[in-house]
Design a binder for this molecule. Structure first.
Ligand code: DEZ
Ligand code: MG
Length: 332
């Protein structure tokens, strides 16, 4: 069993196709003590994802998670979706009937909050964060006692008025304690919010992003991702943010620090080559498993000069159930 893909340059490993091969599936699972699971994913044809697509539950996902737990596996849910906190995700898992604890979730908003609080650790008072993002980022910054502004502030959800140009330029609309601009997936972007972000960057604030995924899979389709929210600031400021979500290894280091697992006995399961699978390969994990019902397609890694190649792949996550898959799918 060839483990790990090759990142950078053409691959010399051939990923193993596990669907339908119960012996190979069992052997693959037995190699690992820990499974890092991506969450969001969507297929335009069949609305199937890694764990879900939006609020759509998928056949066999809960049973697959239960099967891995019954085999004593450690599970960590690693999502780049910064709109939800760990607590929000716990509610989502409960709503989907998928067994998961809040502390098993490690999202990009939590990763960013840990980085800001424990690694960057700017001295007060200039350590406030200006947020372009949703409540998930705010909740995780609060969990690390980091002060912030912007985010879901309703006062910023308005048109840019002529007077605002003067107020931003003069600093009247700015908070002097802001030392960081943090972007994430924001469903309420505006010219005013972007102008404030640019003004802070021009003042020397550090530019961070929870993640820079190009697209957000949902409802079986693709929508603008977190990268589409930071893009206007990248264009306007000429700066590129330090991203703290997958494939950033700052996130992998923080996950390893919290969950204390053996990287060589850990597998990253995901639907997107340039975040999930790259994250696992660059993190030197024992293996990576691509689920073909999300963003990336097998044609992208089966070509000769593929840059990111998973160790193995399945059609759907519940293929890991092997023979019991039909029973699990019949039960949902
Ligand atoms: O744009 C985004 O933020 C991403 O598409 C989304 O959050 C991906 O979530 P994941 O697949 O990492 O759970
Ligand atoms: Mg995903």
């Amino acid at each position: 069993m060839v483990l790990g893909g090759i990142f950078g340059g053409s691959s010399t490993t051939t990923p193993q196709y596990l669907t339908g091969d119960k012996t190979a599936i069992d052997a693959f699972i037995d190699q690992f003590d820990t499974f890092l699971f991506d969450c969001d994913g969507a297929d335009r044809r069949r609305r199937i994802g890694v764990l879900w697509s939006g609020d759509h539950k998928f056949p066999g996902t809960a049973e697959t998670i239960d099967m891995l737990r019954s085999r004593g596996k450690q599970l960590v849910f690693v999502t780049n979706n910064s709109t939800k906190s760990r607590a929000d995700y716990k509610k989502k898992f409960d709503g989907m009937g998928i067994s998961a604890e809040e502390e098993e979730v490690f999202g990009s908003s939590y990763s960013a909050a840990i980085y800001i609080a424990r690694i960057l650790a700017l001295p007060p008072p200039k350590n406030k964060v200006y947020v372009l993002g949703e409540s998930g980022v705010e909740q995780e910054l609060q969990s690390e006692n980091i002060s912030y502004c912007g985010g879901t502030d309703p006062l910023l959800r308005r048109e840019m008025m002529p007077i605002d140009f003067e107020s931003v330029a003069s600093g009247e609309l700015l908070d002097d304690d802001v030392g960081i601009v943090l972007t994430g997936l924001d469903f309420h972007p505006s010219y005013l919010k972007i102008a404030l972000g640019m003004a802070y960057l021009r003042r020397g604030a550090k530019f961070l992003a929870t993640n820079t995924d190009s697209t957000l899979p949902s409802a079986g389709s693709l929508f603008p991702g977190a990268g589409a929210i930071s893009a206007p600031l990248v264009a306007a400021s000429g700066q590129t943010p330090l991203a703290l979500g997958k494939p950033s290894q700052a996130m992998m280091d923080a996950i390893e620090g919290k969950f204390k697992f053996d990287r060589k006995r850990a597998c990253m399961v995901g639907d997107r080559l340039n975040t999930d699978i790259q994250f696992g390969i660059e993190g030197d994990l024992g293996g990576t498993l691509c689920v073909l019902t999300g963003v990336s397609k097998k044609e992208e890694f089966l070509v000769k000069d593929a840059k990111v190649v998973p160790s193995a792949y399945v059609d759907t996550l519940s293929d890991l159930l092997g023979e019991s898959k039909a029973k699990a799918e019949a039960s949902t």
